[in-house]
Ligand binder design. Structure first.
Ligand code: ADP
Ligand code: MG
Length: 497
């Protein structure tokens, strides 16, 4: 009897052990299967975002072709190729004290520049930067411009001696307004549309300078807008002031855009355009560039579909600081839907734009062995605690894939401009000549924007791609130069010249 009981107990224990083992094994198999699904999401992302040099060269060609099309006729391309009426760039002989305002996508800057009359002799510059209050981005033009004019007035008054002079003598102001504007002269233009996070419908189609000048007069400021420029144009102006080989300027910040120096005879849509210099700065509005060669994923399509400016700014949505964090968030959300890598579906992960680009940069550049910064950001920003190390590594990989694509596409865009103006060593868009008989000139591209200046890995990927596309020999002649606060200071320089 006793033996039967012992055998019975042993069988029960064995059966329980079997059940337990099969539960454990089953769970492991399921978890392995889920992990494989997550890796599948990553592999798809990598494939969708891949930018081999061959594809980048196709983007280069497409950019140059679209530039031609945009110059040939109004509406000939998604690239607007806007005339700026800036037909002379500062050379260094400018003298005097000038003010400028720089309204970017995230920040607003007020500047005062004192020029000495010799190249690179900015005797003094004073820049005050502040974030643009979010509620102003979707208010009315009057509220926005009253805020700008007030900030300028306070700045001028703080500068002391200036205030008294300002009441009596009219001052010239450079205004950097980083949205697509159809210029009617060097100092006036009409807002075509808002981009980035701005949405102030009553402003679209209106004279930008007029709005600012009215606000300044409401605030009792005796100032006149001498130049209305885009941030790219300001950056080109400062770049050229320091280095006369500067041929183009690129902004990679909240948004992205570029401008460059073009010969007037190439601006076909404006027949008979005459300038004393034979050239003019063209604002490309390259954020709106599109080509079937761009590596587009389902995340990009969903992001676009959910955006207020659907089918617009396609290049910008793959490159600029406003969107990179959001693309990463969408990938992580997909991964957490495929499996429970973050535990139960974290609700914060479903919130659009909760993950900013500076956050993904911080995770990407976390070089601690335990990825403590990644853990901190996942916990603080997304309220996901206790993420295992292997998942943290996966998050870093996603940041890497998204950032690498962005940087490489920006590089292709830059080479596209160089190709259009015959400075990529290939003899220009019409080609014909071989590389060996083309004299390669030094070309400087002025760059500005927080994404490029503050995100080291992004910058390194961009430089690497530039060399890959151009080849080391030619890339050596292409210099990317950061012009700090160039978009604003350049506007002051243009106001002076
Ligand atoms: P704006 O576009 O308003 O003129 P900036 O040129 O200063 O402003 O760029 C700010 C943008 O740059 C931010 O919106 C952000 O996307 C990006 N950025 C700023 N700092 C970093 C960083 N450390 N890493 C990555 N991106 C950054
Ligand atoms: Mg800016």
């Amino acid at each position: 009897m006793g033996r039967v009981v012992v055998v019975g107990v042993a069988l029960t224990v064995a059966a329980a052990a079997c059940v337990f083992a099969s539960v454990v094994v089953g769970r492991r198999v399921r978890s392995r299967r889920k992990w494989r699904r997550v890796l599948g999401v990553l592999a798809d992302l990598e494939e969708g975002c891949s930018t081999p040099v061959g594809r980048l060269k196709q983007v280069v060609d497409a950019m140059a072709v679209e530039m031609h099309a945009g110059l040939a006729s109004e509406g000939g391309s998604k690239l607007k190729m806007l005339l700026t009426f800036v037909d002379r760039l500062p050379y260094g002989s400018e003298k005097g004290t000038y003010y400028a305002l720089d309204l970017g996508g995230t920040n607003f800057r007020v500047l005062r520049v004192q020029l000495g009359g010799q190249r690179s002799s900015i005797m003094e510059q004073h820049v005050e930067k502040q974030p643009i209050p979010q509620h102003l981005m979707s208010s009315t033009s009057e509220i926005l411009f009253d805020f700008i004019a007030s900030s300028l007035k306070e700045f001028v008054e703080r500068e002391g001696d200036g205030s008294q002079t300002l009441l009596t003598r009219r001052r010239e102001l450079g205004f950097t307004f980083s949205f697509p504007v159809k210029q009617t002269s060097v100092s006036s233009g009409i807002l075509i549309k808002w981009t980035k996070l701005f949405y102030i419908p009553d402003m679209v189609g209106r004279e930008v300078t007029e709005c600012l000048e009215q606000a300044m007069s409401r605030k009792g400021l005796n100032m006149r807008v001498a130049v209305l420029v885009n941030d790219t144009v300001g950056t080109l102006a400062l770049g050229h002031y320091h280095d006369a080989d500067t041929v183009a300027a690129v902004i990679i910040g909240t948004g992205t855009n570029a401008c460059y120096w073009e010969r007037t005879d190439a601006i076909i849509k404006c027949q008979g355009l005459l300038t004393t210099t034979g050239g003019m700065v063209i604002n490309m509005e390259w954020g709106n560039f599109w080509s079937s060669h761009l590596p587009r994923t389902s995340y990009d399509m969903d992001l676009d579909a959910d955006s207020p400016n659907q089918n617009d700014q396609g290049f910008e949505k793959m490159i600029s600081g406003m969107y990179l964090g959001e693309i990463v968030r969408r990938v992580l959300l997909r991964m957490s839907q495929e499996s429970d890598i973050f535990g139960a579906l974290p609700s914060k992960l479903s919130m659009p734009f909760i993950l900013s680009t500076p956050m993904i940069a911080a995770m990407h550049e976390d070089d601690s062995p335990e990825l403590t910064e990644v853990a901190r950001i996942l916990k603080d920003a997304l309220e996901i605690p206790d993420v295992p190390l292997k998942v943290r590594k996966l998050v870093v990989k996603v940041c890497d894939v998204v950032t690498r694509r962005a940087a490489r596409l920006a590089a292709a865009g830059i080479v596209g401009i160089l190709k259009k103006i015959g400075r990529d060593g290939s003899g220009g868009i019409t080609g014909g000549r071989t590389r060996s008989d083309v004299k390669i000139r030094r070309s400087v591209v002025a760059i500005e924007g927080g994404l490029y200046t503050s995100y080291t890995i992004f910058r390194e990927y961009l430089h690497e791609a530039l060399s890959e596309i151009l080849g080391e020999d030619i890339a050596r002649h292409v210099i990317l130069k950061v012009t700090e606060d160039g978009s604003g200071i350049g506007a002051a320089l243009l106001a002076a010249s």
